[in-house]
Structure formats: C-alpha cells, structure tokens
Design a protein around this ligand. Structure first.
Ligand SMILES: [Zn+2]
Length: 448
C-alpha cells in the first residue's frame, strides 16, 4: 500500500521535490489507524494500464494524497463484534458484557419494542454489532436469525432505526420415487427421500392406507416436492406438491391445494384426502376380536353377534374421538361398562366401551373435535382383558369399523374447485412425465 502511495503522489502535492520530503509526509500515516476501508480505497481500481482520458488526465488509479489520509485519521474508528447467542443469553447480558451502556441497550430495544426480535432471540442466532472505539457508543447492531432472516438496527442521532431483511430462497421442484421391498422407511431413504418427507407422505395417505398392516412388498410411491436453495446450496425442503401411492393393487394420488381454510391434500377430482373419521381411535397392539355378526360370545358361549371390533391395548391408553361430533352418552351401561357414544350428524354414530375412565370434559352434550382424547382404555363391564370395544353405526346399522368406507371430509367450496381442477390436471401431467418406465408400467397395469 505504501509503495503505491510513494509512486503515485502527484508532483503538485509535494511542495518539495526531494525524497526526504515525501518520506516526512508518509510518516504522518499511522498504519495501525488505517482502517480496512481506507486500505481498500488505496487499491488500484484495475490492473489495466492507466489510460488517457479526453481531458488529458491520467486515470485508472484512484489514490488519495497523504494529506487526505491524515484528515481521515482523525475520523472516529469503530470496533466490530460478533457473538453467537447461547441459551440463557439476553440482549442486555450480551451487550453489557461488551461494555455497552444501559442507555444504549435501552435505545436499541426501544426500536424493537413492537416486533420483539431481540427479546425472542434464540440460541445459535448471531449478533453482530459495532461500537465507537473511543466513546464505546453502540452504532449498529444486526441480529442474524437464520440464513434467510435478519434484523438491523442503525443509530441515527440518539435513536435506532430498525430494518428487517428476508432473503427468498430459490424453489426447485424435485421428483422421487421408491419401490418398497423392506419397509417404507428403508426403501424411502434409499431412494433419497428424507425421513421428514416420508412421515409427511405417510400422513397424507394415512386416511386410506394403514401403514402398519396394509403395506405389501412391491408397493410403490412417488413424490413431487419443493427444494429450497440459497446461493446454489440446498437449505431444506418446502411443501409436497403431490404424491402417489400404489398399495396392494390400489392407487392413490394427492395434490396440495391452498383454500381459505388452509392448505390440504385432495384427490385429482377435488375430494379431501382427509376423512371425516379416523379409522382407529386408539393405538392398539392387536385386534383381539373382529367384527362378526355370528360370533360365539367368549363369556356366554352363546351365539352373540360381535357388532364392533376389539382393540387390545394396555389399560389407560387414550381413546380419541373418531370424528367431529357431539357426545350423546357418557356413563355406565351394563355389559359395556363405562361407555361413550358420539353423534356425528348425517346419521353417523360411534361407540367406545369398557373404558377405565373419562377424560375431562367428556359429558353428554359436549362437542368434540376429531382426535380429541375422550376416555381411557380399561376392562369395565363384561371384558376378559383391557381393550377398547369400538362400534361404527350408519343410520342405526352396525358396520365393520375396519372396512367401512369412511366419508371424505367436507368438500372443497365450488369456487375453489373451479380453480383447483385445471391446476390438478397440470400437476398430474407433471407427475406422468416424471414417472420412471417401471412406475408407469405399474400404474398402467392397475388401470387395466
Ligand atoms: Zn367387543
């Protein structure tokens, strides 16, 4: 740097032509005080030979005179700090440890009092800040929340202005498919589908496929999803746009679509993937007694129809409401022991028996949402072991809860459907174009 200054000092600036005079001028520059910015200003703008401009002045180098450097030297200098937030850290803890005054900490928090990003900073986030080296005053502070979001506070006079910045990652659509030979997880991972994605796929199809019982060797799945990139580097996955599952001779397609009620998955025809009922209202170890209209009762040894299904589960296992509805009965009924009956409207009713006890709020007239815990598995009434006896009735007729065709959730509003159908067509076309020949053959065989 100094060499450049030596060479480039314009003759008219040097009042005395002797080398001694130039040397004396340079000594005014204290190298330790030259900040990075000033050094960068000294760097030639290009390595191209200086050119003569029309005015005849030599350009190509932009070099300040030693006088300029001396003047800049008296300007304030700043110190940069960078801290990774640890658990238990707060803004005042971090800043006061670096000698920032309580007044400055207060001022910067005032600029953030609505958004509270600084109050809510999390371990792993980064705080970069600048102080005036002489006065110790805080001049700038940036909270880097993650690779996309940061908030910057800049001092202006006696207060700070806040600016939030969010970078938008580039979204790329990616297609993957897998054939299941071992398990959904093993083969999914082998095909490069991440574990969270596999779980999401299982949730999308969980209404139609029981992943514990229904999966067969040779089942296939495919997924079209978003990958997020920042500066050419993958930073995560976005949404699943569409997914397909070929299970035991059946095929399912699900497409994500956003309506006023949120984003949900639909069949290409616009039916909700989500059903109005969950198939199994309890996490069970095995089915201990099937639905059987001509069963011999285990205690009475007489022909007594078993009009529900028994799910063996340990005592105290939570029992969930199979669908939205209103509790029409919660109490004791002879053989059933403690029992809950839910009315779901449109002629649907579910019954849960042999319960050990009821969850709080489970009483006649109470409204319940699908999946809400209503009671706990027990063996009250005529039961040989802890299990849930579960019945599913449509217009008073008992149906096999394991096989009954469950009604779809509320249909998409007509206005949304108009937008959805052409979009779904487009997505199906994209899927079809992405299929491997093997996957395409499997689908074609099913259609035949
Ligand atoms: Zn039973």
């Amino acid at each position: 740097m100094l060499a450049i200054v030596l060479i480039a000092v314009p003759a008219d600036e040097a009042t005395d032509d002797t080398p001694i005079s130039i040397h004396a001028n340079l000594q005014l520059v204290d190298q330790s005080q030259v900040t990075l910015n000033q050094l960068q200003e000294l760097t030639p703008k290009s390595h191209i030979m200086p050119s003569i401009s029309t005015s005849g002045i030599v350009s190509g180098y932009d070099v300040p005179t030693p006088d300029n450097l001396v003047r800049k030297n008296s300007a304030p200098t700043f110190k940069e700090h960078s801290i990774t937030v640890k658990s238990g850290d707060s803004l005042s803890k971090v800043l006061s440890a670096k000698g920032i005054s309580p007044q400055d900490i207060y001022k910067v928090s005032q600029a953030d009092k609505k958004q509270k990003s600084l109050v809510r900073m999390l371990p792993g986030q980064i705080l970069n800040f600048t102080t005036n080296e002489k006065s110790g005053e805080l001049t700038k502070l940036t909270l880097i929340q993650n690779r996309l979001d940061s908030v910057k506070f800049v001092r202006e006079e006696d207060q700070f202005t806040r600016t939030a910045t969010s970078r938008i990652p580039e979204i790329v659509q990616t297609y993957k498919e897998a054939e299941i030979n071992n398990s959904l997880f093993v083969d999914g991972l082998k095909a490069g589908i991440s574990q969270p994605l596999i779980i999401e796929i299982a949730n999308i199809f969980g209404w139609d496929i029981d992943f514990a019982l229904d999966i067969r060797k040779g089942d296939s799945l495919s997924v079209l999803y978003e990958e997020k990139f920042l500066d050419g580097e993958k930073i995560g996955n976005g949404n699943i746009i569409a997914a397909q599952f070929i299970n035991n001779g059946r095929t399912f397609q699900a497409i994500r679509f956003q309506t006023k009620k949120g984003a949900h998955y639909y069949t290409p025809d616009g039916l909700a993937m989500r059903k109005a009922f969950i198939r199994t209202p309890v996490d069970f170890s095995r089915i201990s007694s099937k639905f059987n209209p001509n069963r011999l009762h285990p205690i009475f040894k007489t022909s007594r129809p078993h009009r529900g299904v028994d799910y063996a589960a340990s005592s105290g296992t939570p029992v969930k409401a199979a669908g939205d509805g209103k509790i029409s009965f919660a109490g004791k009924q002879n053989g059933y022991g403690n029992v809950v009956i839910i009315d779901h409207g449109r002629g649907y009713q579910t019954l849960y028996a042999h319960l050990r006890g009821f969850a709080r709020g489970t009483k006649r007239g109470a409204r319940v949402k699908q999946g809400k815990i209503i009671a706990y598995v027990g063996q009250t009434g005529w039961a040989t072991g802890p299990h849930l006896h579960y019945e599913f009735r449509i217009n008073g007729v008992h149906k096999n809860p394991v096989t009954v065709k469950l009604p779809n959730d509320d249909p998409m509003p007509k206005n949304d459907l108009k937008k959805y159908l052409p979009y779904a067509q487009q997505v199906v076309t994209t899927l079809t174009r992405s299929h491997s020949p093997a996957f395409a053959r499997k689908l074609a065989a099913l259609k035949r």
